[in-house]
Design a protein around this ligand. Structure first.
Ligand code: TZP
Ligand code: MG
Length: 215
């Protein structure tokens, strides 16, 4: 089960962008996104399900993978590409049992201890953060920073690492350099609805420049 993460992993937010998940996904795909997370902390299941259904149809049309935040039930019912779990969500093992081996399961971690535990779970990637200050997450954990990210890179071995929290065009390079395979971003990509595609393509260009510099 080898899973290759793109260097940029955008997340939708209807409050910040003022757009539906589907509209954000359209624009992120226009900007080059190939893996997107649909995150909605407040929508009732009855509202979220049809929104996620349309979002998944758009993603599928473009061969883009869609990961659902928190909601194993919605991911399972839709046949989404994956689910992203937090520390208070359903245990990874249970989600894996429900979703099967082929579905992507990611987990959020916020300190080295959690990352160490995550490394022994049946996950496809480990997200770690917040790396920088974030205003998007309600009640965020303390800023973990780049040094801890380097520690996580070592602890989790070959599992892909996603850096999250306060990632912008200006600091994404520091996260890749510290060992993140991908950066995940909300505000920097979607808070200005008129710039979503442009922000996405700029961050991808930045990642391409980083890759070429490493080569
Ligand atoms: N987990 C840790 S920080 C965060 C999540 C979901 C929010 C990231 O949002 P932003 O706007 O990129 O700081
Ligand atoms: Mg969660």
């Amino acid at each position: 089960m080898v899973f290759h993460l793109p260097k940029v992993y955008p997340i939708t937010d209807t409050n910040l962008s003022g757009l539906s998940h589907a509209e954000q996904i359209d624009r992120l795909i226009a900007g080059g996104a190939t893996l997107i997370q649909l995150r909605d902390k407040h929508a009732a299941s009855r509202d979220l399900y049809p929104q996620a259904e349309v979002a998944l149809q758009i993603a599928r049309k473009h061969d883009v993978r869609l990961i659902i935040n928190d909601r194993v039930d919605v991911a399972l019912a839709l046949g989404a590409d994956g689910v992203h779990l937090g520390q208070t969500d359903m245990p990874v093992e249970a989600a894996r049992r429900l979703l099967g081996e082929r579905v992507i399961v990611g987990i959020s971690t916020h300190n080295l201890e959690q990352a160490k535990l995550a490394a022994n779970m049946p996950v496809d990637y480990v997200a770690f953060g917040p790396i920088f200050k974030t205003s998007t997450k309600e009640n965020p954990d303390p800023i973990a920073g780049l040094e801890a990210l380097r520690g996580v890179r070592t602890i989790v071995g070959s599992l892909p690492v996603v850096a999250i929290g306060g990632i912008t065009l200006a600091n994404a390079g520091e996260a890749w350099k510290a060992g993140a395979d991908a950066v995940s971003s909300i505000a920097a990509l979607v808070s200005d609805p008129s710039r979503i595609a442009e922000n996405m393509s700029q961050m991808l260009a930045k990642s391409q420049a980083y890759i070429e510099k490493q080569a």
